[in-house]
Design a protein around this ligand. Sequence first.
Ligand SMILES: NC(=O)c1ccc[n+]([C@@H]2O[C@H](COP(=O)([O-])OP(=O)(O)OC[C@H]3O[C@@H](n4cnc5c(N)ncnc54)[C@H](O)[C@@H]3O)[C@@H](O)[C@H]2O)c1
Length: 329
Amino acid sequence: MGKGTASRVLVTGGAGYIGSHVTKLLTKKGYEVLVVDNLTGGNTLEPKYGYFERVDFGDEERMYKLFKSFQPQIVMHFAAFIVVQESVVNPLKYYYNNVANTVRLLSAMHRAGIEIFIFSSSAAVYGIPEIIPVPETAPLKPINPYGETKAMIEKVLEDLSKAGQIKYLSLRYFNVAGADPEGELGPSYNQPTHLILRALKAATFKIPYIEIYGTDYPTPDGTCIRDFIHIMDLAEAHILAMEYLLEKGESLVLNCGYGRGYSVREVIAMVKKVTGVDFEVREAKRRPGDPPMLIADPSRIKTLLNFKPKYDDLEFIIRDAYAWEKRLN
Ligand SMILES: NC(=O)c1ccc[n+]([C@@H]2O[C@H](COP(=O)([O-])OP(=O)(O)OC[C@H]3O[C@@H](n4cnc5c(N)ncnc54)[C@H](O)[C@@H]3O)[C@@H](O)[C@H]2O)c1
């Protein structure tokens, strides 16, 4: 196997929403994938694609042994705790899993001689950005422990890279949404907090209404604006990222979004249109720490990875998410 190719990928968190879609795509493209997950997220079933080990990725000795036996060329690290509000009330849980365990994972990789890493970072590292659309060069000013954990690992990766111990891509996801258009996979959170998922729960009568947190933001309709990226475009970005790293070996930080925002009201209107259900919407106070606008500047990923989104359409995103939501009934 020469430079520029990989045949084996180890995916942490591959039973989860994003990891499972990426694993499916990797498998379809002919990669051998080992999924490591302890099934503490919403999905308690073994993943459909890839080999599977039920392991805590922070168990350094077990991870070291898996690295030595499976011999992946690359590690994609999705596993983490992900609920912003929970990170505010229980920060240790987040620093322990997202930071301390990730350092153990990196240590196991280093000992096993594996040096290529793709990290699931987040737009949460920007906090409340001053420039919209936000470029990767914007200062990192997270406003909650979840965002802090992502920024901390980015710093660790930067230092490891400077020391010549790792080549990495940090992918800063904006709002990931939608589901596998083939209907096999989708989000499986215990208590979804994401807007589209909440709205779909209301449209399928699993919750009585949804709330809009804040209608007095400095945006055209007063509600927050977000950049939603379809899960399959994000999955494709991971393949491009991996190929780029293997070919060029240059560490990078990249925004993953479309560069277009939709307000909370626009998203709710689209969910109503797609589902045909006029569910109840209540207006509530702002939540602390919600940036009014979060839109990616995607120029870097488009230029460097030649990223060409295929599903850049809110209606399409919601249709796929709705098809999956109906399967959960
Ligand atoms: N979903 C989004 O919109 C979004 C946005 C920005 C960043 N991210 C990041 O993307 C990554 C994946 O998010 P997701 O939405 O797929 O979440 P998810 O909860 O569906 O998946 C995470 C998976 O990690 C596993 N996990 C957690 N801790 C573990 C541990 N110690 N050992 C083994 N497995 C463990 C869970 O069991 C779960 O299956 C996370 O790092 C998240 O911070 C997600």
